[in-house]
Design a protein around this ligand. Structure first.
Ligand SMILES: C[S@@+](CC[C@H](N)C(=O)[O-])C[C@H]1O[C@@H](n2cnc3c(N)ncnc32)[C@H](O)[C@@H]1O
Length: 151
């Protein structure tokens, strides 16, 4: 069972470290991260497939690399099969990203999956790639990448 505090904790981390006013929240489920970030003053669009979701700005479709870029940052909480796309999309548009990976898209165990994602981000040109633990149960490590020190 994922930790219920994950959205507030991740939103707090994002707002503390990244000034991005417009955020794409990928694989955002019902939109709880969107809600938490919106309460902190960010403009957020959630991409996921859920018919039932919170009354937030919601794009009910799979997120792909072809999505027009209307964001200053891309994030994902436990985004499963969308994790790699988030990093690739951020690299394509030279945006910062922050993800809290959970399951891999290829059955890789958690630690090798984290290493693989960090290597992929570096390969794609992110000069800064780092991890930050959130104080919660379960898969709780943020992997983030930036092109400059201010995000
Ligand atoms: C484990 S759930 C996490 C949902 C939410 N972020 C949370 O923490 O409760 C993974 C979500 O990824 C979504 N997903 C996977 N690939 C996606 C894609 N390409 N675009 C949008 N959503 C995707 C699924 O529909 C599912 O809702």
């Amino acid at each position: 069972m994922a930790d219920k505090r994950r959205f507030e904790l991740f939103a707090g981390f994002i707002v503390e470290h990244f000034p991005a006013p417009r955020i794409f929240d990928i694989a955002g489920g019902q939109g709880r991260l969107n809600e938490a970030l919106s309460q902190l003053g960010r403009t957020v669009t959630t991409f996921d497939l859920r018919h039932k979701h919170l009354p937030v700005r919601y794009a009910q479709r799979p997120f792909t690399l072809e999505e027009p870029c209307e964001a200053d940052m891309v994030v994902g909480m436990h985004p499963d099969g969308a994790t790699r796309i988030i990093i690739e999309y951020a690299a394509k548009h030279r945006l910062p990203f922050a993800v809290v990976p959970c399951c891999s898209d290829n059955s890789m165990p958690y630690k090798p999956w984290m290493r693989h994602l960090a290597e992929r981000a570096r390969e794609l040109g992110f000069p800064t790639v780092a991890e930050h633990p959130l104080p919660m149960e379960g898969r709780a490590r943020v992997l983030f990448g930036t092109f400059d020190v201010d995000g």
